[in-house]
Design a protein around this ligand. Structure first.
Ligand SMILES: N[C@@H](CCC[C@H](N)C(=O)O)C(=O)O
Length: 291
């Protein structure tokens, strides 16, 4: 029987089981991940994050060869046992965990580079939570999205942030609240890698004090409906700015069922980046026997 020491954390209600495996000796099986995330039989979470040193990654997974400055890699798994490239809430909680566990040298705590399957991301600790530079983004194909609670399928704009998103604008708040996201939305044509689907409505008025405000619910690939999705809020803001055209702000505030996240678009030498700011909480620690 294997016992695992873990910490439970969340960012705006998007919750994770975190554990440390510096030398990469304890990869979990999909069955163990599903057990940990089970809210009745396990700990309960939307995903699992294994803290592993980048240099311990197996060959082939060593995405960090070109950018060896990231000491730690975020090995992120969805609740159904599938891996994901990135997690915007998870990476803030992960940075908080590494600092709280004393796994990061004090001089590296202000800007912490973290390896992910979508490349190295910089996380900044600040007075108003953590900010992660999600890097570059790109538009991908439009698809039709049908969900329970919508009378007809709607067009969804594909946004790639390392992980795949489809953003669907709804007509009003009633439509957003009436969605049944217990079942996954149907996507046409079905994307090969699946997608996180964000449903969004503007607040009234959309722009206040130079900040655009929207409300969002999400059905996450591999986890179902969650209270928040960090990369999803960035995708939603990018899609809304795309639809709004010239004159849209670069500062966005996205309300999700678990709280509020701030998204900012800014120019860099390699093209536009998008960043995400929000809280990161560690709730409790424990030990559990794995199947
Ligand atoms: N909740 C996350 C995204 C987690 C991964 C996602 N379900 C996927 O499969 O891409 C976030 O905060 O970004």
């Amino acid at each position: 029987m294997t016992t695992l020491s873990f910490t439970k954390g969340h960012g705006t209600g998007n919750d994770f089981v975190l554990f440390t495996d510096p030398e990469g000796e304890r990869p979990l099986t999909p069955e163990q991940i599903r057990f940990l995330c089970d809210r009745r039989f396990g700990v309960g979470a939307d995903g699992v994050i294994r803290a592993v040193r980048s240099r311990s990654l197996p060959e082939g997974a060593a995405i960090l060869e070109e950018e060896p400055e990231a000491e730690w890699f975020m090995d992120y798994w969805n609740a159904d046992g599938t891996p994901a490239e990135m997690c915007g809430n998870g990476i803030r909680v992960y940075a908080h965990y590494l600092i709280a566990e004393g796994l990061v040298a004090p001089e590296r705590r202000d800007t912490l580079p973290i390896g992910t399957r979508a490349g190295v991301k910089d996380v900044l600790a600040g007075v108003s939570g953590y900010t992660v530079d999600l890097g570059r983004w790109r538009l991908s194909e439009e698809r039709l999205v049908a969900a329970h609670g919508l009378d007809v399928a709607r067009p969804g704009l594909g946004i790639d942030l390392g992980n795949p998103h489809l953003v669907v604008a709804l007509a009003h708040l009633g439509e957003l609240e009436g969605l049944d996201l217990h079942r996954p939305p149907a996507i046409e044509p079905a994307p090969a890698q699946g997608a996180n689907v964000e449903f969004v409505v503007p607040e009234e008025p959309l722009i206040r004090d130079g900040v655009a405000r929207i409300r969002m619910r999400v059905h996450e690939r591999g986890s179902g409906e969650t209270l928040s999705c960090g990369t999803g809020t960035a995708a939603a803001a990018l899609a809304f700015r795309h639809w709004g055209g010239e004159g849209m702000p670069h500062h966005w505030s996205v309300e999700v069922p678990g709280g509020r996240l701030a998204v900012r678009m800014f120019p860099t030498e390699e093209g536009e980046h998008v960043s995400l700011n929000g809280p990161a909480e560690l709730v409790f620690s424990g030990e559990i026997t794995l199947p």
